[in-house]
Design a protein around this ligand. Structure first.
Ligand code: BGC
Length: 393
């Protein structure tokens, strides 16, 4: 089912507030036409300076708004989503992602806040893999491992950006060519990433890439979500559409095992508070310092589109649904946030946000039993993530 249909169905079941525009379908034709015109007029974007990079290059912030007042801000530096404003159950708008007011905050705090991740989401053991018998050594930037594309990952690239506005959406297309050998990866890689906000309160991120040499690619996105905007996320609730996950070693590299979540603190197949079992004595929670694991999504194929996770805040009523056509989702419970960083007036306290990153599994290039991340010349890499913003009254 298409995202729109699926989410509308879920929304109806949940009695969501922003279904108001869907309910107008019973209105007389003239009234409907007037409403459509109004809706189109309210999809909008603007541009503003976001600060300079050490190279002297200027960065830009794109602000997108929809007819329901949802605001998404994206900068061409790192494809970072700097803010997402959504309504709570009383209609009060609030920013649900951690971030900074200008590019300097992102340059000083390299924890991938809100960033576009590539070439490879999450870790590759010792930064090494082989393709067709040829060994590649990637940048090492996380202990002895490679994380999120390394020091020159897509999160640190100044992307070419073209904002757009159509009748049904508003957004920006980012493009970049990553040269052969960048970060240690083979292949000149041409990448485009489209961010698109609709009046159904959906933000989709679509990835496309081609390469001129076989290479590994696993792009995702890294917003830090807190549906209350600040404080701890331990009382916020999570559902993950996964009966299995990939256990890790103490360096957060998957062991290769695919384990059942049933009977463990990793079971989010029914929605419950993230804090409910995070403190349990458990070797995997110890290795992650909390949740920092890839979940194996319950999908019939490795590229099936579907609901991956639902994050909800019983207090504000805000709900975030994450959809994708990926086989896995990394659930990171903000374990490395220390309370020392402040951005947009908010202290990033320990477990003050979660990341839900749809992707292929970490260290796939070294795990023959995981769905492949190999991309070959003459084929296209395509993937899509959908964030849907809802309210539970
Ligand atoms: C990883 C964490 C890492 C974080 C960086 C997550 O995707 O799984 O281990 O610390 O990104 O902010």
């Amino acid at each position: 089912m298409h995202l729109k249909h699926l989410t509308l169905a879920v929304c109806v079941a949940m009695g969501c507030a922003q279904m108001a525009y869907a309910q107008t379908s019973a209105a007389p034709a003239t009234q409907k036409a007037a409403e459509v015109t109004k809706t189109v007029a309210q999809l909008n974007f603007s541009e503003s300076p976001f600060g300079k990079l050490p190279t002297g290059e200027a960065t830009t912030l794109y602000t997108f708004t929809n007819a329901n007042g949802v605001v998404v801000k994206v900068t061409n530096y790192g494809g970072i989503i700097t803010a997402i404003n959504t309504p709570d159950k009383n209609g009060k708008m609030g920013d649900i992602v951690l971030g900074f007011d200008n590019v300097t905050g992102y340059l000083e705090n390299k924890s991938y806040f809100g960033a576009l991740i590539g070439r490879y989401g999450n870790r590759i053991d010792k930064g090494q893999f082989s393709i067709d018998g040829k060994k590649y050594q990637l940048d090492i930037n996380d202990g002895k491992n490679h994380l999120h594309g390394g020091a020159k990952g897509f999160w640190s690239v100044l992307w070419d950006a073209k904002p757009f506005k159509s009748e049904t959406s508003v957004g920006v297309t980012l493009t970049h060519t990553s040269p052969d050998g960048e970060g240690g990866y083979p292949g000149n890689l041409k990448v485009s990433v489209v961010y698109e906000l609709t009046n159904s309160n959906e933000l989709t991120v679509r990835y496309n890439a081609t390469t001129d040499k076989p290479t590994h690619l696993n792009m995702t996105h890294h917003p830090y979500f807190n549906l209350a905007g600040k404080g701890s996320i331990l009382d916020q609730e999570l559902y993950i559409n996964a009966s299995r996950y990939t256990p890790v070693d103490s360096g957060l590299i998957p062991t290769g095992e695919i384990a059942e979540v049933a009977g463990t603190p990793f079971d989010f197949t029914t929605s419950h508070a993230i804090g409910k079992m995070i403190g349990q004595k458990n070797d995997q929670l110890k290795n992650g310092g909390g949740y920092d694991h890839n979940y194996v999504l319950n999908k019939k194929s490795d590229n099936e589109w579907g609901l991956d996770a639902r994050f909800s805040d019983p207090v504000s009523g805000r709900v975030l649904e994450v959809y994708s056509d990926e086989p896995g989702i990394q659930f990171y419970s903000g374990n490395f946030l220390t309370g020392k960083v402040v951005g947009k007036g908010v202290t990033f306290e320990n477990r003050g946000a979660i990341c839900l990153e749809p992707q292929h599994y970490p260290d796939t290039p070294n795990k023959p039993n995981f769905p492949t991340t190999l991309v070959k010349p003459g084929t296209e890499y395509n993937s899509k993530i959908g964030f849907k913003f809802l309210v539970n009254k």
